[in-house]
Design a protein around this ligand. Sequence first.
Ligand code: KG4
Ligand code: ZN
Length: 326
Amino acid sequence: MIVLGIETSCDETAAAVCRDGSIISSHIRSQTIHKKYGGVVPEIASREHEKCLNKMVSDVLIDGGISKKELEGIAVTQGPGLSGTLISGVCFAKGLALGLGLPIMGVNHLEAHIFANFLADPTLKFPFICLLVSGGHTQLWYVKNFNDYQMMGESRDDAAGEAFDKGARILGLAYPGGPEIEKLAIGGNPNAIQFPRALRKNNNLEFSFSGLKTSLLYYMDDHKNADLNDVAASYQQAIIDVLITKLYWALDKTHCNTCVIAGGVAANQSLRDYSITKLSGKKVIFPEMDLCTDNAAMIAFLGELYLSRGHKSPIDFPILPNMKLA
Ligand code: KG4
Ligand code: ZN
């Protein structure tokens, strides 16, 4: 089956084509305009999607050597995400589906992040544990089967990506903060400063990151001449340590041997390296870098899975900015 995927949940405009479980073309445009505001401005993000969706979809079809007539379905992110940006993508996708007489599938962005791991490793089998770490979510999922997911723990406050973004702002770095902190941490000592690790006892699978950024703020106030490489490396390590420790506990609790790490924070190389060391003996899977952050390949792939099983959304399906999984 040939499915076009469209993703506009935040500040990446993306389109991709999936044929029988393989991605044949995928384009992503990150909206750099938000850098100067230190975070995503929803109104600007929606307008940017509107401006480039048409050309991006034409280009991704040309790139994949697919004509509109060959498409058999359209998948689009239904939520979670920013209302305005979701509307841009969903309205565009509905127009295309109606015009071409194609079935449409509203896709859960979180589920798509999890399923990006099947693109990374087509031999991946259920059940597995997924650590989902993005700008808006930090969750541990017991993925038992297609459409059978159990939440094991999540963040009570900030998401891990948010902790990177807010930490970066305190350090005067640009948005998004994750890659900036990662760069600054190179050459720094991750054990130089003992930033707090919240809820890190008794196999508690919940997370909390709001105290961490406050402690960074206080540290910087008290240490005006701090070595910034050490600060970034220690801050990054505090986040990674908690994430991977809890992933280990979740694997232990479920007796699972396989885990996947999904979402934008999974692009962090130190997190990848640490998880391989800390989870030795377990199978650890990450998507490639551009499949970790927001992309349409994961939307097209999951959309095709649903559509090929006979699922589809009614044409008047709503956007769901707070869409949950399971
Ligand atoms: O999954 P994603 O692209 O968008 C959401 O669905 O939220 O995740 C974005 C988040 C941002 O908070 C960003 O700072 C973080 O992922 N991120 C990283 C890295 N690349 C992106 N965090 C740590 N290290 C990175 N290399
Ligand atoms: Zn995402």
